[in-house]
Design a protein around this ligand. Structure first.
Ligand code: PLP
Length: 461
């Protein structure tokens, strides 16, 4: 494990918000959590829920990306998880950034400490406030998307030097979160939009699309690329020679290689290498969840419980329709107003692992004694339900820990402090200690050291 408390760690991450010190070295891989050590740390809020972020996982995803899509430069979608350590790591690995607002642009530029050139940012929100377009111009962020005529008038006024990218509508019916109802110009509208851009003397440089976040049918990328090709041809008719193809986000961890293979073959068919070379066509993408989903795990503490008094074991509770009702209700210290907002906004169904049972590390057995339970967040609202009913081992007590995998995407970024509950802290690691992970840890360290040196150089200059 790379120890972030070492002096080198200090330099690498200089200028970032402080790491959460005093916390023991916790890792949740294989469901192991040294909760007793945590309690022994004697902190007043030792039971506070927390994320464990494995930066090694982000690094591995990047290596996977480069292996499958070497010609497509990823522009990480900051909205997915604007974690400063993730941003700095990806910056050091050469990624660009997809920002949705000036807040995100400022965050990327300030976290980068001057080492992230504004040309590495795409302002990928087709409907922006005029003041935001003006601020982007001041920050030298030129590349931005549009999908409607009003946006063109706004850009002509507020940032006439902008390099525009037309966002087109594609099939997003196979995705967890569809965006087509809100964004994307239909192909029929493209010629007139491009003609209007020309009339306003604007520079349109390419096409973008988004097949929807969490895409479960990678074959849709093929159709999207074919549409993008049609738009390149339409642009030629209006007098533009496009040089940018942005294939958006939507990449699912499990289906990534599949999606990459569809993209490679569609790009080969519609944008042959010779043409790309000759015309200097660049390929970029805006992956979000792909990079961070698996890298973050969340540990929550059982802070309260409503259960039958001891001895009432096994009583099946049925409702009036004869359906089984949870026998026990667990209340944990993060909920749908916090990290579990992904249940409401991102259509997720997070499933817990039991990390401790009655204060001891939980070892799953082949014949577990389980009961139907429900899990609730800490606020006073009844919508704050993490799971309405699932089988959990009998005997979980107040003070026990539950762990949730794949909590890096669209979780902490949209968490609120409703009812006065703080957003859960993040503890950073670079892997769980296997020899491969140690190597990955070294690579992450190297990438970040290089980055820190660049930042320092820029600061000196
Ligand atoms: N690009 C844009 C414009 C988006 O709106 C989003 C998600 O909302 C993304 C990229 C990231 O998508 P994903 O996390 O599915 O890769």
């Amino acid at each position: 494990l790379f120890n972030f408390d070492q002096p080198t760690g200090e330099t690498i991450f200089s200028g970032l918000p402080p790491l959460h010190r005093g916390q023991p070295n916790v890792h949740m891989r294989n469901g192991i959590l040294n909760a007793r050590q945590l309690a022994a740390a004697g902190e007043p809020d030792a039971e506070k829920a927390f994320f464990v972020a494995d930066l090694g996982e982000v690094y591995k995803q990047h290596k996977r990306w480069i292996a499958s899509l070497p010609e497509i430069q990823p522009y990480y979608a900051v909205k997915c998880n604007p974690d400063p350590y993730v941003i700095r790591l990806l910056a050091s690995l050469g990624a660009g950034f997809d920002c949705a607002s000036n807040g995100e642009i400022n965050r990327v530029l300030s976290i980068g400490g001057g080492a992230i050139d504004p040309s590495r940012i795409i302002f990928a929100n087709p409907c922006k406030a005029v003041s935001f377009i003006r601020a982007a111009a001041r920050a030298n962020v030129d590349t931005m998307t549009f999908d409607n005529a009003d946006e063109l008038y706004k850009v002509a006024k507020a940032h006439p030097q902008a390099k525009l990218v037309i966002r087109i509508l594609t099939d997003d019916s196979k995705s967890l979160c569809a965006f087509g109802i809100k964004f994307g110009a239909p192909l029929a509208a493209v010629p007139s939009l491009l003609a209007k851009a020309k009339e306003l003397n604007l520079d349109v440089i390419g096409v973008s699309f988004h097949v929807g976040s969490g895409c479960y049918d990678p074959s849709v990328y093929r159709d999207a690329i074919a549409r993008a090709r049609a738009v390149f041809n339409m642009a030629k008719n209006v007098g533009y020679e496009f040089t940018l193809l942005d294939v958006g986000g939507g990449f699912e961890d499990r289906l990534f290689e599949n999606a990459a293979s569809v993209l490679r073959s569609a790009i080969r068919e519609h944008f042959p290498e010779e043409e790309r070379k000759e015309k200097g066509i660049r390929l970029i993408a805006e992956p979000g969840r792909y990079y961070v989903s698996t890298a973050f795990r969340l540990a929550v503490n059982v802070i309260a419980r409503r259960a039958p008094l001891d001895g009432a074991k096994g009583c099946a509770v049925l409702n009036k329709d004869g359906e089984a009702q949870p026998e026990v209700m667990y209340y944990v210290n993060d909920g749908v107003y916090g990290a579990f907002n992904c249940i409401l906004f991102d259509h997720q169904t997070p499933l817990p692992q039991v990390l401790t049972l009655n204060g001891s590390p939980y070892i799953p057995s082949a014949y577990p004694d389980e009961q139907l339970a429900s899990i609730w967040g800490p606020t006073c609202d009844s919508i704050d339900c993490v799971s309405k009913g699932l089988m959990l081992p009998r005997g979980i007590q107040v003070g026990d820990w539950l762990g949730f995998e794949n909590m890096g995407a669209y979780t902490v970024c949209a968490a609120s402090q409703f009812n006065g509950f703080e957003v859960s802290n993040v503890i950073y690691t670079v892997g769980g200690g296997s020899s491969e992970e140690v190597v990955v840890g070294e690579q992450v360290k190297k990438a970040l050291v290089g980055f820190a040196e660049r930042v320092q150089r820029i600061e000196l200059e």
